[in-house]
Design a protein around this ligand. Structure first.
Ligand code: PLP
Length: 485
């Protein structure tokens, strides 16, 4: 049976009933609805039994790939296992039932959680204060850059309109800078995949607002010149922005503030486990050093002097509101639970295990896939396509074939430094057996690329959707199922 045939769309039979609404419970209330808004014909819903409906949704979920169904080594995205307890805690009615406009007195517990989570993020990063308001990593970047802009402008320094972004940066970095009205200046990487000091130094002048960096960078490499970079940027009057979307390798080990960063964001929906993908909810808290605290967005949470009570404040010199209320509370709750569950000691183990897993995969595959930068990596590793193949087998073909072996594809064609990038991030929760099975599949695919390249060119062979036209899917999405009998 084809995947689609298992869904209920074709199964509808008139008067087959899976659920009966209670008589009358809604009819009285319908009286208040204006006539022009009332439905005149019955709703065209499939009429199916309860078992059919249950099977429909289970089969539908089967058509998807998720971190709960298999290994998901998506580099720069940290698809880590999401502990069930985080979901459970976030759904407690005391948390899920609050209203953002409730008076502060009635949600002291929730405000305390905001405050404690901010404190923990400060402890992990060395920053002095955090706002939890931004909804995503990119949203955090924009918030952080607004703070950077306002810092310069409020000091009367109006000429700092340029921002330096390395060529290995995540695409959201230059995009956020552009949205913030800054001119992006790209700085090149060396052959070792690190920022080229020779290219950087001449760019630093009084027109530079700052630099946006990721460390370890998107090649999974630690920028070992970070202190020289920091000294040079600060000497030129610029600020250091840290993209901490993927802080997995450094958790509890290295603090961005100690590397000299002034502003940063974290992706709670990557580093702190909360589920993400498909545009799902996120959280991109922004942290700053002491001298920038006053610029953080509003509303902010403050402890009232003496009383131990929390209040919601609207600080005057803030960059303003960047979100409706105070972030995605459910996401914050999950990160809070995750950190609490790990505790001080175990939070330090995340990085070493993630780094070990990435290096294990790197060393195991380097004979079959081109490894442009062979040095020790951090939480992720980047290959540049197959080492050998017959015909023109590409990274896309390898990624598609992996689906047939039951693995999600790694990130491909990013970073842009190489033509055939395959970026693998295994995370700390995968067992050695899972990593071995993945390595085995990658090696088999490398064999197939030599002996039967067409098998790869036509892959995937056993997924519900094979090779969608990505441009068409983005420009003309079909969002409603169309049943063709
Ligand atoms: C994911 C990611 C971002 C953007 O985060 P979103 O929540 O998707 O906006 C920024 N930088 C890096 C390095 C990332 O991996």
């Amino acid at each position: 049976m084809k995947y689609y045939d298992k869904l209920i769309f074709g199964l509808s039979k008139e008067r087959r009933i899976g659920f009966s609404l209670p008589e009358n419970s809604w009819k009285d209330r319908a009286d208040g609805i204006p006539a022009n808004l009332k439905r005149s014909s019955p709703l065209d819903l499939p009429q199916v039994s309860e078992p059919d409906a249950v099977r429909h949704y289970v089969n539908l979920s089967d058509m998807n790939f998720s971190v709960d169904t298999g290994f998901y080594p998506l580099g720069s995205c940290t698809m880590k296992y999401n502990p069930r307890i985080s979901e459970e805690v976030a759904s407690f009615s005391g948390f899920s039932g609050i209203h953002p406009l409730q008076p502060a007195e009635s949600m002291q517990g929730v405000l305390r959680i905001y405050s404690e989570l901010s404190d923990w993020l400060c402890a992990l990063t060395g920053m002095s204060a955090f706002t939890l308001n931004p909804f995503a990593g990119a949203h955090g970047e924009l918030t952080g850059l607004m703070i950077m802009r306002k810092y310069h402008l409020s000091g009367g320094d109006t000429g700092r309109t340029r921002i330096i972004v390395p060529d290995s940066a995540h695409g959201t970095n230059p995009a956020s800078a552009a949205v913030c009205g800054l001119e992006v200046v790209q700085v090149k990487s060396t052959g070792e995949g690190l920022i080229d000091m020779e290219s950087l130094l001449p760019l630093l002048d009084e027109t530079v607002a700052g630099i946006m960096m990721t460390n370890p960078n998107t090649l999974g490499l630690f920028e070992k010149d970070i202190h020289r970079i920091e000294a040079a940027v600060h000497a030129a009057g610029g600020l250091m922005y840290y993209d901490g979307a993927n802080m997995n390798a450094l958790l509890g080990k290295v603090r961005p503030a100690d590397m000299g960063f002034d502003i940063m964001h974290l992706n709670l929906h990557k580093t702190f486990s909360t589920p993400h993908g498909g545009g799902g909810p996120g959280a991109g808290p922004v942290g700053v050093t002491e001298n920038l605290k006053h610029l953080l967005p509003m509303p902010a949470i403050r402890k009232r002097d003496g009383t131990g009570e929390y209040e919601i404040a609207m600080p005057e010199s803030s960059v303003g509101r960047i979100s409706g209320f105070m972030g995605n509370f459910g996401m914050l709750m999950k990160a809070y639970t995750y950190i609490l569950m790990l505790g001080k000691r175990n939070v330090r183990k995340v990085g070493p295990y993630a780094v070990l897993a990435a290096n294990y995969v790197k060393e195991s595959l380097k004979d079959r896939y081109r490894l442009p930068i062979p040095s020790l990596c951090k939480h992720e590793t980047v290959f540049d396509g197959l080492a050998a193949c017959s015909g023109d087998v590409t990274t896309l073909d390898v990624a598609k074939r992996l689906l047939d072996y039951g693995f999600h594809a790694p990130t491909i064609y990013f970073p842009l430094l190489f033509h055939q990038s395959i970026m693998i991030e295994p995370t700390e929760t995968e067992s050695k057996e899972t990593l071995d099975a993945f390595i085995d599949a990658m090696k088999k695919i490398a064999d197939e690329a030599l002996t039967d390249p067409d098998l790869l060119k036509e892959a995937p062979h056993n997924t519900p959707v094979r090779r969608p036209d990505e441009t068409l899917a983005a420009t003309h999405p079909v969002l409603v199922y169309q049943h063709k009998p």
